[in-house]
Design a binder for this molecule. Structure first.
Ligand SMILES: C[S@@+](CC[C@H](N)C(=O)[O-])C[C@H]1O[C@@H](n2cnc3c(N)ncnc32)[C@H](O)[C@@H]1O
Length: 207
């Protein structure tokens, strides 16, 4: 994660505005209530924290997980700056996260009821197995939202995004969720050419 450790220094100044409206739509799709317990991964620098924390309130809990120490440090600083006691972070490979890790990160036994996977599926080394691991952490009735970028064919901008983010935006990132979820939906989100492809949101509920 050397690249993302370095990227964390300019990540917010370069990208925070570009995905701001999409974070609102993702948080809305999860139908968060006061008291919801959310796993946000990869949480990066915590750019989705505001939208999620505002909705789950003091009663809920948000666990942010990321493999990059640099990105996670920024996420922790964000939580501290806002004095959010119920936003906690963990450095871990998303493919290997366990229920025990989640409890340790939260500082108590919690039952995750929402999965928020934002700009992760195009980046995880093994998208399918990582998704399966995360899906297994969700109980029946739990909700999942995935936001990512997709293109069938890379243009120059898409090629740049892949290089900069260490991503593969040609992945059909929604398919692992589509295979297992109830009430699956996929929607296009507002497009900016800097995304390198079409940004989309996939949503489903665990049977
Ligand atoms: C494009 S950034 C997205 C970060 C954040 N979700 C956002 O929307 O700003 C991709 C993130 O994936 C993290 N990452 C890459 N591989 C990972 C893995 N196997 N497990 C956990 N995090 C990973 C990187 O450290 C980086 O923070």
């Amino acid at each position: 994660m050397v690249w993302y450790d370095w990227f964390s220094n300019i990540y917010d100044s370069s990208l925070e505005k570009l995905y701001a409206e999409h974070r609102v739509l993702a948080a809305n799709a999860l139908q968060l209530d006061k008291g919801s317990v959310v796993l946000d991964l990869p949480c990066g620098t915590g750019q989705s924290f505001d939208e999620i924390r505002n909705r789950v309130g003091e009663e809920g809990h948000l666990v942010g997980i990321d493999l990059s120490k640099g990105m996670l440090r920024r996420a922790q600083e964000r939580a501290q700056k806002n004095a959010w006691q119920n936003v906690t972070c963990l450095q871990k490979d998303a493919a290997l996260v366990t229920q025990k890790d989640v409890h340790e990160a939260a500082g108590k036994a919690i039952s995750v009821d929402r999965l928020h996977i934002f700009l992760g599926m195009s980046v995880f080394p093994d998208m399918e197995s990582t998704f399966t691991n995360l899906w297994n952490l969700l109980p029946a009735g739990g909700q999942c939202v995935i936001v990512d970028v997709h293109t069938e064919k890379l243009n120059f901008q898409g090629w740049m995004v892949n290089k900069i983010a260490g991503a593969d935006i040609r992945r059909r990132f929604w398919e692992p969720l589509e295979k297992v979820a109830d009430r699956f939906e996929r929607t296009d989100l507002p497009f900016h050419k800097q995304h390198g492809g079409q940004i989309m949101m996939a949503y489903g509920i665990k049977k």
